[in-house]
Ligand binder design. Structure first.
Ligand code: ATP
Ligand code: MG
Length: 474
């Protein structure tokens, strides 16, 4: 958009840019320019500094206030270095002094066009990466999944906060997306934040924004993503990984939608619906003091629990077929289905990684298969995997076999030892609590511990390979 009160200038600017392939609209005044900006999208504005009516500088100020991302180029016949600096400070993208060569103008316009292209590309990428799923993308005929879809349809149009719990790969993210899609907020933004992927120190400013200078590196004020989600939905994935101080701030935010940016004092307020998910054992996390119980209750207005794949019966085959069709189309490799032995393998597997694991298994099989049907030979050796996964040793002395060469006395001792060790572990080696659970006195427990030669230091003092991760499958 070109703003200039001189007809000749408007014409020559238009000609130079049209020759380069740019589409140009010209207006005579800043007032007219503001009206047009409100109606139509432009990638940049070129304005003369001196206009009849509102000046080019005032116009710049108005534009920056309303469309902060829109580049403005100022042209003036009365150029001084001081004015140039002021124009740039006020947010002008560039400053051209009359007279200028057409190339100078084109060069400046190209920079703005490039900037606009990058911004809109970013926007598109972001929108695509976060495009929420629809409820039809949740495949499966098992009662658990039918109920899940029904519950989504019921709860989606309300503003209820939702907590989604379940093992990894069960489709929690799909559920969150479908809830947004079916809500009254569907036309507004769906913002997903993975609390585990963002460093703890940055998560707060990502969520709530920060003021300029709030911390080293905070060069300018930044709006939080809760502001971006205003009117829409925010999905906090892996909320079990959020630090306790931030949990407190989130709790306050959930009370009434108000918050302040990091380093700011102003109370801001937005209207967002919150959905949270975690694959951690949240009850365990509360017990261990990692997760605030009050926040849990506040989030847990409606709870979704997508069931593990192993509990969905024939859905394994339904989903298997779905992924088979998807990948054989993508890889242009027509396959008829699964051979009966391959079906059996899929049905019998434990699927610790749930649907995500199944999807990966099918993708690999479609790549490797040479016959018309998926055969067991292109599926992973599930037995081997199971054995590899069993890295956690059974508690010492758990050879409790009803048959074999154990005497009754040895078997009973082994059983007793096993039970005591397990209870101690469960109670974090708190003797009083373990004794309570076993319904014996502390004294009696200590006596047995000594007699059975049980170590009273927790085995977990040795490094665990996955500390704190609740495992729903055990
Ligand atoms: N019922 C389903 N129908 C179709 N695809 C599914 C279903 N459930 C899960 N998927 C697919 O499986 C993959 C894993 O799902 P998703 O990312 O939602 O799992 P998650 O529960 O969020 O896992 P994590 O806890 O590891 O983040 C995705 O590719 C998703 O599209
Ligand atoms: Mg997920």
């Amino acid at each position: 958009m070109v703003v200039d009160d001189e007809r000749n200038m408007r014409l020559s600017l238009e000609t130079v840019m049209a020759d380069e392939g740019y589409r140009v609209r010209t207006v005579e005044s800043a007032e007219e320019g503001l009206r047009l900006l409100a109606e139509q999208e432009f990638f940049m504005v070129i304005t003369d500094a001196r206009l009849g009516g509102m000046s080019g500088y005032d116009f710049l100020g108005r534009v920056k206030a309303r469309w902060p991302g829109l580049p403005v180029l100022i042209i003036t016949a009365y150029a001084t270095p001081k004015l140039a600096v002021e124009a740039i400070k006020a947010g002008a993208m560039d400053y051209l002094a009359k007279p200028f060569a057409p190339e100078e103008l084109i060069h400046a316009v190209q920079r703005c066009a490039e900037r606009y292209r990058l911004l809109s590309e970013n926007e598109a990428l972001r929108a695509r990466a976060e495009a929420p799923a629809s409820v039809d993308q949740i495949i499966g005929d098992s009662p658990g999944i039918r109920e899940l879809r029904q519950l989504i349809r019921t709860v989606a149009p309300t503003n209820a906060t939702v907590l989604i719990l379940g093992e990894s790969g069960t489709g929690k993210e799909l559920v969150a997306g479908a809830l947004h899609q079916l809500s009254l907020r569907a036309a507004r933004r769906y913002v997903r934040i993975n609390c585990a992927a963002i460093p703890e120190t940055l998560l707060e400013s990502e969520l709530f924004g920060h003021e300029k200078g709030a911390f080293t590196g905070a060069l300018r004020q930044k709006a939080g993503r809760v502001e971006e989600a205003d009117g829409g939905t925010i999905f906090l994935d892996e909320i079990g990984d959020m630090s306790r101080p931030l949990q407190a701030k989130l709790l306050r935010f959930l009370e009434d939608g108000s918050f302040s940016r990091v380093g700011g004092t102003q109370e801001l307020s937005v209207d967002v619906r919150l959905i949270a998910a975690t694959n951690r054992d949240i009850i365990e996390a509360i017990r261990e003091g990692h997760f605030r119980e009050d926040l849990y209750h506040r989030l847990n207005v409606v709870q979704f629990r997508p069931p593990p794949l192993r509990e969905r019966g024939d859905d394994v085959l339904v989903l298997g077929d779905h992924f088979l069709r998807q990948f054989s189309a993508a890889l242009n490799k027509p396959l008829a289905g699964f051979s009966p032995p391959a079906q059996r393998l899929l049905r019998d597997h434990h699927w610790p990684g749930n649907v995500r694991e199944l999807r990966n298994v099918i993708e690999r099989a479609v790549i490797l298969e040479l016959t018309r049907e998926i055969q067991p030979s292109t599926l992973p050796d599930f037995q081997l995997e199971l054995r590899l996964r069993k890295v956690v040793p059974e508690p010492a002395g758990s050879g409790v076999q009803p048959t074999g060469d154990f005497s009754l006395e040895d078997a009973v001792l082994a059983y007793e030892r096993d039970l005591i060790v397990r209870t101690l572990e469960e109670k974090h080696y708190n003797l009083a609590k373990a004794a309570d659970q076993l319904k014996i006195t502390r004294h009696a427990l200590r006596y047995r511990v000594n007699r059975l030669n049980i170590r009273l230091t927790p085995a977990s003092e040795e490094p665990e390979d996955n500390p704190g991760r609740g495992d729903f499958s055990r």
